[in-house]
Design a protein around this ligand. Structure first.
Ligand code: ZN
Length: 496
């Protein structure tokens, strides 16, 4: 295991802290997953990729990581603007589907998009709907502790009572006094003692399909509750990392902290991590703005705002070119620039495989490779600074090009070390797939080997002056989409 020097920015303390897991050698990480209803869109891609890199890096450092990402499928989140009806339930009713069919349909689409983005599936993906009993038990304990009350078959968290004993608002920095004094003339809030109180259990209205029995009513759990319950069930308390998008800090994560403290007497989370948001041409994404672009639309280029299709790896690379706490603004220009940059990186990676050792030129200093590796580790250890890692990888590409051009001479061991840097940082940690068709590097190896073999046969044919064979191999490869170049040292190929 590598010496741990990882600094993580903790949203709670608002500073970078040396990462120290609760249990040596093991890490528990919980990330708020998607609300199932809705198309997999760009907003889903950023937390998934951000925490995929956290997962990959912690694993690389030698930790045994248990990564939990929930599926919000109880369907209390997105309510139809007109009827107030739960959206999963509405779609189920209109299309005569069982609600879980609707959930599964969207979940399959989400998983497909995540696979395309090379996001490693989490260790556990629990459904809120599969943990109703645990949530009911959790509510009972909060009631016993005196931080919740029952009202008309629903159960609410008592924010003023909690705030008198603890600090409600410490994560988001919200001013609680303002929150508590808000006027209470909002519709449907009569059941609550204070507008800031939030639901732990909601009594279902007659048309609400997704409902479960409880001591209080037939109903469904409040949204914030599933994350406290499932996080503690699978990771224990306290656990190490809780992540999600910045938009979840309030109320979602603030409420989670309050629930855990009320339930356990202490916080359940050591490090709160939040990725920043995505804008499109400077604007927030939203259906009404006409800039709500799904991941499938990015991959196919089918949205009117897109000038072309962008491969999943371009989207991934583009997101990682920014630090996760910085904003990312999508535009065709920015994506096209990323596409070119990624191509340059992948050209360097492929060229690496055909480098010849001791090929003339000034000898490469070992210290140059050492300093590249050091820069990459230091960047990852500094709160996962992926843009710096990418800059160092581009410098490594320059080293590759110099060796390839015969300006620098490298030993076989140095070439192997250079290959190791790319395999570790570009492939394993940043999760960039280097194969032409999006297969990962290991999958592509046999095919790359086969192309190399054909080109070696062509070199032999040329040496034997067998022009018919050498031309045939070149032309047939070109027809298949390979770009073959003769170089000083033999050949080089890429996929057009
Ligand atoms: Zn959550």
């Amino acid at each position: 295991m590598r010496d741990n020097q990882l600094l993580i920015y903790n949203s709670l303390s608002r500073q970078k802290e040396l990462f120290k897991p609760v249990h040596p050698g093991r890490v528990g990480m919980y990330v708020c997953g998607p609300t199932v209803y809705g198309d997999g869109h760009l907003g889903h891609a950023r937390p998934a990729i951000t925490f995929d890199v956290v997962f990959r890096y912690l694993t690389h450092l030698g930790y045994k990581v248990r990564y939990v990402r929930n599926i919000t499928d109880v369907g209390h989140l997105e309510h139809d603007a007109d009827s107030g009806e739960d959206k999963i339930a509405k779609k189920a009713r209109l299309e005569q589907l069982e609600p879980m069919e609707v959930v599964q349909h969207y979940l399959n689409r989400y998983h497909k998009a995540m696979d395309a983005l090379n996001v490693i599936p989490p260790s556990i993906e629990p459904h809120a709907s599969g943990h109703i009993i645990e949530q009911i038990e959790y509510i009972k304990k909060i009631l016993e502790a005196g931080y919740a009350y029952e009202s008309e078959g629903s159960v609410y968290f008592d924010v003023p009572k909690y705030n008198a004993d603890h600090h409600y608002g410490k994560l988001s920095g919200r001013n609680i006094d303002e929150l508590l004094s808000t006027t209470r003339d909002l519709d449907g809030q009569q059941e609550k003692r204070n507008p800031a109180d939030f639901a732990l259990w909601k009594k279902a209205s007659p048309e609400h399909i997704m409902r479960w029995p409880s001591p209080w009513s037939d109903g469904f759990p409040g949204w914030h509750l599933e994350c406290s319950t499932m996080g503690e069930k699978y990771l224990g308390t306290p656990f190490d990392i809780h992540g999600g998008g910045m938009d979840l800090k309030f109320p979602h994560h603030e409420c989670e902290i309050a629930q855990s403290v009320a339930h356990n007497g202490h916080d359940s989370v050591r490090y709160w991590m939040h990725n920043n948001m995505i804008t499109i041409e400077g604007q927030k994404m939203g259906k009404s703005l006409g800039n709500f672009i799904t991941l499938d639309e990015f991959f196919s280029g089918s949205h009117p705002k897109l000038k072309q299709a962008y491969s999943p790896m371009v989207i991934r690379f583009f997101i990682l070119q920014a630090h996760y706490r910085g904003t990312v603004d999508f535009s065709n220009e920015a994506l096209q620039a990323s596409e070119k940059a990624l191509q340059r990186m992948l050209d360097g990676y492929r060229r690496l495989k055909s480098l010849k050792a001791d090929n003339g030129g000034a000898p490469l200093a070992d210290s140059e490779l050492e300093s590249l590796e050091k820069r990459m580790y230091e960047a990852m250890d500094d709160d996962l600074n992926t843009p710096i890692v990418i800059a160092a990888l581009f410098d490594a590409c320059s080293v590759v090009n110099n060796i390839n051009d015969g300006r620098t001479s490298a030993t076989a061991a140095q070439i192997e070390r250079l290959q190791g840097l790319f395999d570790t940082f570009l492939v394993d940690i940043l999760g960039i797939q280097t194969g032409a068709e999006g297969g990962d590097a290991a999958d592509m190896k046999p095919y790359e080997g086969a192309v190399d073999l054909l080109l070696e046969m062509r070199s032999k044919a040329k040496a034997d002056k067998d022009w018919t064979t050498s031309d045939m191999i070149r032309d047939r490869l070109a027809a298949l989409g390979f770009d073959v170049k003769d170089t000083k040292n033999g050949f080089e190929w890429s996929v057009k």
